[in-house]
Structures are given as C-alpha cells and as structure tokens.
Design a protein around this ligand. Sequence first.
Ligand code: FES
Length: 102
Amino acid sequence: MSQVTFISPQGEKIVVKNAMGNLMEIATEHDVEGIEGNCGGVCSCGTCHVWVEPEWLERVGQASEIERGILNFEDNSNERSRLCCQIEMTDDLDGIVVKVAN
Ligand code: FES
C-alpha cells in the first residue's frame, strides 16, 4: 500500500496509491506530464528525470555511476536529481514525493 506523489512542472500533484514497480512506470501509467520513459527504463534516455524532495533523499539512496552519467547531460540536474526508472517503489518509500524536472 505504498503511495507516491508526483509534482508536475505546473505544480499539479498526482497522487498514486498502491504504487508498484519503478517510478517511471507508475508515472507513465498515470500520464504524469514530463515523464516519458523513452528507453523503457534501462537508464539510457534521461526522459524520466525527477528531483527528489529533500526529506526523501537519504531513503532513496544514491544514483549509480551509469545514472549519474546520464544526469550529467541534463542542463537542469542538481544534487536532488534522479532518473525515476531507477527508483523501485518499496514499503520504505511509502509517501515519497518527487517533482518532475523542468
Ligand atoms: S526511462 Fe530512460 S532513463 Fe529512465
């Protein structure tokens, strides 16, 4: 029964309850604007870029080296950036909030 909240570039909140899978899949299934997931979640396109809300950063953990390599190509990446296809929903992340990077 894990819940995730996406904040769209316009500030709209999309709350998904009973979320399962990775955050990119959840976002695309719920038509979250700005999350495209063009590579299908294999960490090669960068179209699933989000900023993790600060209070969740520690629990989400660090990006892998490959993920960081993709994020380095994004103009708007910062220390809160993650590719959300690389974040698997778990009970531990129940309530997580991420903002679509814009
Ligand atoms: S969907 Fe392509 S990097 Fe996440």
